[in-house]
Ligand binder design. Structure first.
Ligand code: LCS
Length: 417
């Protein structure tokens, strides 16, 4: 078997301008194969099939010349784990192979991926446009903190292409899109937005956390950078926090890598190893959970106590057609509202037994939460309402349990709502 797409992870990473190796060749293989093998070469030292965890902060040099050469970028090899680590490199190569990007930059959290990317690409006096309904802190950090450094921003409904066009200013540099959006499950048209951005020289970044690269690869639609909270689907087991940035080109990779390095946004090797292990079953988990989500969404849509349901796999989703064009499946996130608004929603959340009342998403277990009092509480209420995050909106992340058990739990909880 030609495993060239997963070779070479161990020879790369010097600091800036150094030799970077990106040898994945995803063209020849199906996505499941890439998910399981990318970055997965047998350990050359021992033959270990499961990759070693290089739990070390430093790597010794043979001599001064080698050390100086690694710093200068003329010698390949590792120096210091903040600058690169073999276990982390395998994860970065694997996610980049799935996304079709140049290489990955793993971070300690999804928020670190968002902030590192923005800090690398924006300067004082620049303007950025973002999806109004994003993970709350991704917007709050821009409007509350980046503004202190002279960055202007406009958050709007990026499914409205005319609104995006109208918001572009001479100093606009970045278009930050989240699709499907957290927690409204509104989609944005990636191909159309990439075209608009190209006309105006904007860099596009997409938070692909809700879809995962199994279902959506923004770079294929012309997007410049994909980011993830790996805390969610990529890891999938609710046991780490992590993030990753995947730029499409070497040029963007180098710009962001500089900030990644100096900000210290790196991920710990053990955390990276867990994310890589989780990634190996990404395709299986995503397919199982979205099949369950389809059934749960259809059940909710028919339930008399449910006011509305938004799930891209339902024909009633306003962008069902876009979902079919842009995604390889609807993913496993559902938003809905129980009749009786916030009070009924609270009763529902307090009544679930099998489902877990907790934030986060994309794990093997089904999670349910209330965005306006939890994940999006830091946003001012009027901003939430404008972004479509109503007080009664409930967000469900469907897991891989037996779907009959999920429906039974929902049934009893809706009775109490
Ligand atoms: N992007 C999206 C779309 C997210 O949903 C989250 C976290 C982040 C970025 C940030 O990632 P983190 O730093 O937490 O790894 N979303 C969460 C949520 O909806 N509930 O809890 C966390």
């Amino acid at each position: 078997m030609d495993r060239s797409f997963c070779r070479s992870t161990l020879e790369h990473k010097t600091p800036l301008g150094g030799r970077e190796t990106m040898s994945h060749n995803t063209k020849k293989f199906g996505r499941d194969t890439v998910t399981i093998h990318a970055g997965g070469e047998v350990d050359p030292a021992t033959g270990a099939v499961s990759p070693p965890i290089y739990q070390t902060s430093i790597f010794a040099f043979d001599d001064c010349e080698q050390g100086a050469g690694r710093f200068a970028g003329s010698e390949s090899g590792f120096i210091y784990t903040r600058m690169g680590n073999p276990t982390v490199a395998r994860l970065e190569v694997a996610v980049a192979a799935l996304e079709g990007g140049f290489n990955g930059l793993a971070t300690g959290s999804g928020m670190a991926a968002v902030c590192t990317t923005l800090l690398a690409l924006l300067s004082s006096g620049d303007h950025m446009i973002g999806t109004a309904s994003v993970y709350g802190p991704s917007r709050v950090v821009v409007e509350r903190d980046f503004v202190r450094f002279g960055v202007e921003s406009t958050f709007l409904d990026t499914s409205d292409l005319d609104a995006v066009r109208a918001a572009i200013r001479p100093n606009t540099k970045i278009l930050m899109i989240e699709t499907p959006a957290n927690p409204t499950i509104v989609l944005s048209d990636l191909k159309a937005l990439a075209e608009i951005a190209r006309e105006h020289n904007l860099i596009t970044m997409v938070d692909n956390t809700f879809a995962s690269p199994i279902l959506q690869r923004p770079i294929e639609h012309g997007i410049d950078i994909t980011i993830h909270s790996m805390t969610k689907f990529i890891n999938g087991h609710t046991d780490i926090v992590g993030g990753i940035i995947v730029p499409a080109t070497e040029e963007l990779y180098k710009r962001i890598r500089s900030m990644h390095l100096y900000l210290g946004a790196c991920v710990d090797p053990h955390q990276a190893w867990l994310a890589l292990r989780g990634l190996r079953t990404l395709s299986l988990r995503v397919k199982a959970s979205q099949a369950n989500a389809q059934i749960v969404a259809e059940y909710l849509e028919k339930h008399p106590k449910v006011e509305w349901v938004r799930f891209p796999g339902l024909a009633s989703h306003p962008q069902h057609e876009l979902a079919e064009r842009q995604m390889d499946g609807p993913s496993a996130l559902i938003s809905f509202e129980v009749r009786g608004g916030i009070e009924a929603g609270r009763n529902l959340l307090n009544s679930v037994e099998l489902m877990t009342l907790a934030v986060s998403l994309g794990g093997i277990e089904t999670l349910i939460q209330h965005p306006s009092s939890m994940t999006h509480a830091a946003m001012p209420r009027e901003q939430r309402i404008e972004a479509g995050i109503t007080d009664g909106l409930v967000r469900l992340s469907v897991g891989c349990e037996d779907v009959e058990d999920l429906i039974a739990d929902m049934e009893q909880a809706l009775e109490k709502a």
